[in-house]
Design a protein around this ligand. Structure first.
Ligand SMILES: [Zn+2]
Length: 111
């Protein structure tokens, strides 16, 4: 039997699951997510617009998250590090890294 949809492979939808501060678990497409990489490379932040409450949120992204997001094809930009990261963000980043399950908040899957 012919697989008529074989040609759609490159257009497959990638769903990125993360957590909105207000709404809980949300599912995003790659278009909803942007990656902000630091000049040193490897780490940075990702931002997303919640599809429910439309708030823009930013989360720290370590090398694992960065590689997941890049693999899904999200757009990224290199941001200057000097003065770009506040003490609050460093604190958030540190506490996120200290949590065992922080990375489960971000799960990319293809459907
Ligand atoms: Zn929300």
């Amino acid at each position: 039997m012919r697989r008529e949809n074989a040609g759609l492979r490159s257009e497959r939808m990638t769903t990125i699951r993360t957590t909105c501060n207000r709404c809980g678990d949300v599912e995003l497409t790659t278009e909803d997510v942007g990656l902000e990489l630091t000049a040193e490379g490897g780490t940075g932040r990702y931002r997303f617009t919640c599809p429910f409450c439309s708030s823009v949120q930013r989360r720290p992204a370590n090398t694992r998250v960065v590689s997941i997001l890049l693999a899904t094809g999200v757009e990224y930009e290199i941001v200057p590090t000097a003065g770009a990261i506040t003490e609050n963000e460093i604190r958030d980043f540190a506490s996120a890294l200290g949590s065992d399950d922080w990375f489960t908040e971000l799960v990319a899957s293809e459907s």
